[in-house]
Every structure is written in C-alpha cells, then in structure tokens.
Design a protein around this ligand. Structure first.
Ligand code: HSE
Length: 291
C-alpha cells in the first residue's frame, strides 16, 4: 500500500485567473492505494458525503483510468469540497502521485499535471490545471497552454473558509466574456508584481499584485459577507485579500506576525453576518508527498 498527502491550493490569486496557483501548508488530503483488478473508491473525512464513490464520477477515478492503474483507493478528505481550496485537485494530485508510483509509470510531476487535471473536468466542466499544478509541484505555479512554471515560495497566508458552498460551475458562469483594455493592462501589471513578490517571498508585493477588476468583483457577490471580511483582514494587517479559487474561501496574504490577528478578524467578520467559518493560518508550502 502507498500513501500520499497532497495539499490544498489557492488558484487565481486575483490577477492570475486560471493561471496562478499556490500550494498551502494545510489542510490536505491523504490518499492510500493498493493494486486491485478494478478501481474502487472509498471517501472519508471533510464533506465526504458529498463526494461520489463511483469511479466514473470521481476525480480520482478519472486519474486511475488515465494512468491505466486500477486500484483500491481510499481518500481521507482534509480539504472540504466546494471550498475554493482545490478539494478535488488535492485528491486528484495525491492519486496521480500514488498510482504513478504503485504501477511504476515513470511520469514526472510535470507530466502528471494534465493527468490530474482530467479529474477537474468532471467537477467544473473544464480541465483547468491551476489547482492540480501547485498541489503536485508545491510553491507558486503559473499554468499556460505551453506548460507549467514553478517557483518555491513560503509567503504566509490565512485561508478563511465559511460554512457555505459556491459551485465552480456557478462561479464560472458570472465571469464576463470580455474586458476593457485598461482593466486588462492593470491586471497584467498586478500579475507581474505578484510574480516578482513570490520570487522574493515578499508579502507586500504579493498582496499588492493580488487584485483584478475583471473576474473577482463579479464573484464576490456570491460570497455572503465578502466585503466585511476583506476589510477586517486588511485592517488587521493583511497585505492583500482575494477570493480563493472559485470561492467561497477567502485568501489573505500577510506577514507572519499578523497572521493570528487576521485569522480571528476574518472569522469574527463572517460571524457578524451569522456565518460560521474556519481560518487556516498557514503559508505557501510543499507539493504532494509520497510516504
Ligand atoms: N481557476 C478556477 C476558477 C479555479 O477560478 O474557476 C477553480 O477552483
């Protein structure tokens, strides 16, 4: 039996819609695999009752099929589904690493990115790789049609997860089909600033570059209390705040010493609107690990 832990991730980071992603230190999914004549899946842990165990409908089933690697697969969810923290991607990345090793398929982590992304198509209708790439490779990743670029980073973050669900399909449905040139220019500038910030592990630059006027403003209306939580995090010292992935999770970048205060400010701000939430005080971290 092989065991792999794959981390939650936060995609987009405001200015890098469908391009940027980071691996988070916590939470994470743990996947255990054993060779078997045909694939079976069992799911336990956070939100497991919402996840289909039928391999034809599960992201991990799609990965097993793509690697021609039938197995008895047990998924222990640490990343709640529909959270904006790359729940399906964490399972898919963990399964890709585990099954690749179990069957000696010899694929590199980069080669596993499109394979793990096949599972994403089942969830959102599109095989975007901005969550599976950081879950597999760790650090900060940039996904384009030409492949993935990765840089190690360790910027501190708070990921606040409210007790509400936003489906990725719905969150993609509100995105405008086109944008004014000036908004595109601003977003490119922010994306470049953020990228430099990641290479320097500079929370000020990352926070400054973590915004856009195209996608995020349309999505915040789907998250009850977003503006209140964002303002509370900024007041507590966050250097930047944005929607994590498709939401409803909210990601704040910060200096390590402000983390605790930001986490409690975000939870209190959700609470003021009658919404329970949980804040992960973590940092950009490593990718999937095989035990
Ligand atoms: N980039 C994707 C989106 C990530 O924002 O729709 C979904 O987790």
């Amino acid at each position: 039996m092989l065991t792999v832990r794959a981390p939650a991730t936060s995609a987009n980071l405001g200015s890098g819609f469908d391009v940027f992603g980071v691996a988070l230190g916590t939470p994470a999914d743990v996947v255990r695999v054993e060779r078997a004549p045909k694939t079976t899946i069992t799911v336990t842990g956070a939100g497991s009752k919402y996840i289909p165990e039928n391999p034809a409908k599960n992201t991990v089933g799609a990965v097993a099929k793509a690697l021609d690697a039938p197995a008895r697969i047990r998924i222990d969810k640490g990343v709640r589904p529909s959270s904006g923290l790359g729940s399906s991607a964490a399972s898919a990345a963990a399964a890709a690493v585990a099954l690749n090793a179990l069957y000696d398929r010899g694929r590199s982590r980069e080669e596993l990115v499109p394979i793990a992304a096949k599972g994403e198509a089942l969830v959102s209708g599109e095989a975007h790789a901005d969550n599976v790439a950081p879950s597999l490779l760790g650090g900060f990743t940039v996904v384009t049609d030409d492949g993935v670029t990765q840089v190690d980073a360790s910027v501190p973050v708070v990921a606040c997860l409210p007790e509400m669900s936003v489906s990725t399909r719905d969150a993609r449905g509100v995105i405008p089909k086109s944008a004014p040139l000036e908004d595109v220019v601003d977003t490119v500038g922010n994306a470049a600033t953020l990228t430099v910030g990641m290479t320097r592990n500079d929370p000020e630059l990352v926070g400054k570059g973590m915004c856009d006027d195209i996608v995020t403003p349309e999505r915040t209306s789907l998250i009850d209390g977003y503006e209140r939580v964002r303002e509370a995090a900024l007041e507590a010292g966050a250097t930047g705040v944005t929607v994590s992935g498709a939401g409803p999770g909210i990601l704040a970048v910060c200096h390590r010493q402000d983390q605790r205060e930001i986490a409690s400010a975000m939870v209190d701000a959700f609470d003021a609107g009658g919404v329970e939430s949980r804040a992960y005080q973590t940092a950009v971290g490593e990718g999937a690990r095989l035990y």
